[in-house]
Design a protein around this ligand. Structure first.
Ligand code: SAM
Length: 279
C-alpha cells in the first residue's frame, strides 16, 4: 500500500537539486542530435500547486524553490535558465512560484521531437492524474513498478538513454533494489545516463544504495550531496544524487549551479561532491 504523495514535498530543496540535475543532463545530452530514450521510473504528478493545502501543510517549498525564485535575477550560471524558463512560463513574474513542475513535466518540456519519454507510476490517484496529463502530449504512462518496468524496456530503440530514478523509499529494501536495478540496467545499456536520487538519513539506510553501487560493476558514478545547515535531529538531513555516465563537464556545471544556492539565506545548506566510482 503506497501512502507517499509528493504534493507534500514538491519544490523542496531536494527537488531543486534533482530538477537542476535533470534539466542540465537533458540540455547537455541534446548537444548531439541523436534521439534519446527518456525514462522516469517514479514519476509522481506532472504539475503541483504550491498553494494547495497539501503543499502549505509542510511549506517545504518555502525553503526550496521559493528561495531560488527570489534570487533568480542574480543567478550567474546560464544553466539555471533551463529551470527558470519553464517556471517563468508557468508563473509569469509572480513573487512566488505557484505552479511547480514534477519530473514528467520537466522531461516533457525538455525533450525534442526525436526523443521518447516513458513515465512509470504505481500510486492509483497519481497514476490517474498522470494519465489525464499525458493525453495532451506524446508520453507513455505505465502504471507498473518502475524498476522492473525499466529493465523490460532496455535496451531502447533510440541510440541514447536518460533515466531518472526517484523512489519514495517507503520500503527499506528499496535502497538495495535500486542499486541492483541500476547494475542490471547498466549491463543492458552501458552508455546510458542514470540519475538516481536518495535522501541522506540519520538512520544511514541510504548507505545500502551507495554500498550496492560500490560493490557492483557500474563505473563512472558522480555523487552530489546537499546537506542542510540546520538538520532535524532525526530523518532527512540532506539530499543526494548519483549520476552514472554524466556528460563531459556535467560535474563542474552542476556543482557551479548548486554552489550558487547552497548558502545561508538561500537553501541554507552546504554542498559536497565527488566521484563515488571512477571510470
Ligand atoms: N520524480 C517525481 C518528481 O521529481 O517530481 C517525484 C516522485 S515521488 C518522490 C515517488 C513516486 O513514486 C510517488 O508518486 C510514488 O507513488 C511512486 N512510486 C512508489 N513506488 C513505485 C514503484 N515501485 N514504481 C513506480 N512508482 C512508484
Amino acid at each position: 500500500m503506497l501512502s507517499y504523495l509528493h504534493a507534500f514535498h514538491a519544490g523542496n530543496f531536494a527537488d531543486v537539486q534533482k530538477h537542476a540535475a535533470l534539466t542540465l543532463a537533458l540540455a547537455m545530452m541534446q548537444a548531439k542530435k541523436t534521439p534519446i530514450a527518456c525514462f522516469d521510473t517514479h514519476a509522481g504528478s506532472a504539475l503541483y500547486d504550491l498553494d494547495s493545502e497539501r503543499a502549505r501543510k509542510t511549506a517545504e517549498a518555502d525553503s526550496g524553490i521559493q528561495r531560488v525564485w527570489s534570487v533568480r535575477e542574480r543567478l550567474v550560471s546560464d544553466d539555471w535558465q533551463a529551470m527558470l524558463a519553464p517556471l517563468r512560463d508557468l508563473n509569469g513574474n509572480r513573487e512566488r512560484v505557484q505552479r511547480y513542475p514534477g519530473s514528467p513535466e520537466w522531461f516533457l518540456r525538455g525533450r525534442r521531437p526525436q526523443d521518447s519519454f516513458t513515465a512509470f507510476e504505481l500510486h492509483p490517484s497519481e497514476g490517474d492524474r498522470l494519465d489525464d496529463w499525458a493525453r495532451s502530449g506524446a508520453v507513455r504512462v505505465r502504471r507498473e513498478d518502475g524498476l522492473q518496468g525499466l529493465l523490460r524496456c532496455l535496451p531502447p530503440a533510440e541510440p541514447r538513454l536518460l533515466v531518472l530514478t526517484d523512489p519514495s523509499y517507503e520500503i527499506k529494501s528499496e535502497y538495495a533494489d535500486v542499486a541492483r536495478t541500476v547494475q542490471k540496467a547498466w549491463q543492458k545499456c552501458r552508455h546510458g545516463v542514470y540519475l538516481i536520487w536518495y535522501p541522506l538519513l540519520t538512520s544511514g539506510l541510504h548507505q545500502a544504495l551507495l554500498d550496492g553501487i560500490l560493490g557492483g560493476p557500474v563505473r563512472k558514478v558522480w555523487r552530489n550531496e546537499v546537506m542542510l545547515d540546520t538538520p532535524p535531529e532525526r530523518g532527512m538531513v540532506g539530499s543526494g544524487m548519483l549520476v552514472v555516465n554524466p556528460p563531459w563537464g556535467f560535474d563542474q556545471r552542476l556543482d557551479a549551479m548548486m554552489a550558487e544556492v547552497c548558502r545561508p539565506g538561500c537553501l541554507d545548506a552546504s554542498l559536497r561532491s565527488d566521484w563515488l566510482v571512477v571510470e
